[in-house]
Unconditional design. Structure first.
Length: 325
């Protein structure tokens, strides 16, 4: 009888949990943007660069890539940091590396090379980790490489940062760490249920940073940019974002390909609205140990985007609508 009662209680709890899950409500923002009294970004950057304290030493990974090169540039030229710029040039280009930085070619998957980097160029106050192979759709087909390059290498870097006394680790995660959320628009508090290896690796790295903060006290700031565009963007990789793909197709005199009717909307953010925010973040105490979306609130349909790209590149608007996979 006792066993039966226990079993009934167990089933009741299960049913209650299932009912709660079915009624998952929209997440509530933990802060009110209208109450934000942060100073304008430019004055914050000017204030940081004018501080009399010794120059910060920072490591920027992925510095030959798109966002990393802009972060390295803002850190070196606007914030006055001493920047060690790292990249393995697998997806980036030397021409992107800002001149006022010390460039070191390192494959972050190689532990001994990362150890040597810290031994020879550290200690660092901050690490900005932007290196990754960021091809979300392709990540299903390069699972091992995705986890080695985007997760294992990140964890290795976090270890070195902890051991090297880094004060804040800035990491670019992704909207891919959310999967297909039940409620839109997504906010920082939206539950994360990634659906592909790229998003899973990003979420795991976010969680590892939280664990490292709990265990070793190293601060972090996580950013989740989305569809960033601008100079130095890699437009040759057909697995990357829509603007680059469209530009590449126009340059090859091809129609711009759109899955479905193109009415699906996305937010597209210009690099100058993103890189300075990432760069200055560790200098803002309230930003520490938080995760942020960074980019526009605006929405553009993919079809309208193709019109804008054609207009900007001064070519006739030509699209090919493809069936959704
Ligand atoms: N561009 C976007 O819209 C966007 C959106 C969300 C998240 N992100 C994230 O922001 C970061 C930067 O993205 P991006 O668009 O500048 O990409 P990018 O490809 O232009 O830059 C990434 C750089 O990392 C380097 N790299 C890759 N693996 C490396 C390794 N093992 N060792 C050393 N260097 C390595 C590449 O050579 C490349 O230069 C990535 O972490 C990406 O996941 C970007």
């Amino acid at each position: 009888m006792k066993v039966l009662r226990l079993w009934c209680a167990f089933v009741a709890v299960l049913l209650l949990c299932a009912a709660c899950a079915a009624q998952e409500t929209a997440p509530v923002p933990s802060w009110d943007a209208t109450q934000c009294n942060a100073p304008p970004l430019d004055s914050l950057i000017a204030e940081v660069s004018a501080r009399p304290e010794p120059k910060k030493r920072v490591l920027v990974t992925g510095a030959a890539g798109f966002i990393g090169s802009h972060v390295a540039e803002v850190c070196a030229t606007r914030l006055g940091f001493h920047v060690v710029a790292v990249d393995d040039l697998s997806g980036g280009f030397m021409r992107n590396v800002p001149s006022k930085t010390t460039f070191v070619k390192v494959d972050l998957q190689v532990l001994s090379a990362v150890e040597q980097l810290f031994a020879e160029h550290g200690p660092f106050d901050y690490v900005y980790h932007l290196a990754a192979y960021a091809a979300e759709g392709l990540s299903h087909f390069i699972r091992g490489f995705n986890y080695r390059n985007n997760l294992q290498a990140t964890v290795q870097l976090i270890n070195q940062a902890v051991m090297g006394g880094v004060k804040c680790f800035v990491f670019t995660s992704s909207i891919a760490s959310f999967g297909s959320p039940k409620f839109l628009p997504m906010i920082e508090e939206t539950p994360q249920h990634p659906e592909d290896p790229y998003g899973i690796a990003k979420l795991a790295a976010e969680l590892d940073l939280k664990a490292a903060k709990e265990m070793f006290g190293m601060d972090f700031v996580v950013f989740r940019p989305h569809n960033v565009y601008g100079p130095r963007q890699n437009i040759a990789d057909k697995f990357r974002n829509a603007i680059g793909i469209f530009m590449n197709q126009v340059l090859h005199d091809l129609p711009m390909t759109i899955f479905g009717d193109g009415k699906q909307t996305r937010g597209f953010s210009y690099i100058d609205d993103v890189a300075p925010v990432i760069s200055v973040a560790p200098e803002v105490p309230k930003a520490r140990n938080q995760a942020f979306f960074v980019g526009t609130d605006g929405q553009t349909s993919v079809y309208d985007l193709s019109i804008l790209v054609a207009r900007a590149m001064e070519v006739p608007h030509r699209v090919q609508l493809l069936d959704k996979a």
